[in-house]
Write a protein that binds this ligand. Structure first.
Ligand code: SF4
Ligand code: SF4
Length: 258
């Protein structure tokens, strides 16, 4: 097998955050981002939304050059409304419904509907690492050895319309209607984090899960050290234990004791 990762997509991942106060012009966004081939677009709705808005946004992106779309939203809809959301776009492959009464999964047509009890209120809820969200597939395995598994070829538009590497970041590259996306994805400043691999991250570089794990570069165990371990991971690879397991201590404390 080839020991390198090649992707046919110009943009691997787009995240667009929407809050009730957001005034995104989705027709414009589709126009400017539609020039690129995109693997996954994630639409994250934080707050209470009419299902009709979600249907209309999905309809706008229906003809765009996007492989698949994921929607994240609070579980506020009746079954018939969920059916209408799924039918709005055959690109919709995952619909995550947070703040749900119980965890369960349904399949409708091309889409997996995942009901999750977890409360998700905004972009600060992102970046959690647990045993359950490690992913074992060939693409991630190769990607993790060569590029950053979260930020490579990612474009984000936060709820205020600011373009960022990730919506949780402070650094912004301007409003989406002022940004030249072709220049942006070729600029060294924007691409700075794209090539940081798990093999360069403290603790992660010693972890057996490093090629199955999304690498968050926002929530860090040492905020001033871009090469520090994701702070939302409680795994100690030196002991093979997660927080809650008998005998667990954090990897940071374990390293201090050595
Ligand atoms: S230690 Fe690093 S590579 Fe291992 S599970 Fe945690 S975040 Fe992922
Ligand atoms: S860098 Fe962290 S907060 Fe940003 S999208 Fe990735 S996992 Fe989420």
């Amino acid at each position: 097998m080839e020991d390198k990762y090649l992707s046919p997509y110009v943009i691997e991942n787009v995240i667009i955050d929407v809050k009730p106060h957001s005034h995104h012009d989705f027709d414009y966004i589709k126009e400017v981002l539609g020039k690129f081939s995109i693997r996954v677009m994630q639409l994250r709705f934080f707050g209470e939304f009419n299902f009709g808005l979600i249907v209309s946004v999905l309809t706008i992106f229906k003809a765009a050059n996007i492989e698949s779309i994921e929607v994240i939203v609070s579980d506020l809809f009746k079954h018939i409304q969920l059916q209408k959301i799924v039918k709005a776009s055959n690109k919709l492959t995952s619909l995550y419904l947070f703040n749900s009464s119980r965890d369960r999964t349904l399949t409708q047509d091309q889409c997996i509907i995942v009901f999750v009890k977890e409360s998700v209120m905004g972009s600060h809820s992102c970046g959690k690492v647990s045993h359950g969200n490690l992913t074992c597939n060939k693409s991630l395995f190769y990607e993790a050895q060569h590029i950053n598994t979260c930020l490579n070829k990612k474009i984000s538009i936060d709820s205020a319309g600011q373009v960022k590497n990730c919506p949780s970041m402070i650094q912004t590259f301007g409003r989406y209607d002022d940004v030249d996306f072709s220049k942006l994805i070729n600029s060294d400043e924007y691409k700075l984090l794209w090539n940081i691999t798990k093999d360069e991250i403290s603790v992660c570089k010693d972890c057996e899960y490093r090629y199955m794990c999304t690498d968050c570069r926002v929530f860090l165990s040492e905020p001033s050290n871009i090469y520090s371990k994701p702070s939302k991971c409680s795994y100690n690879p030196y002991l093979g234990l997660w927080r809650g397991d008998d005998g667990w201590i954090s990897s940071e404390d374990w390293l201090k004791e050595k």
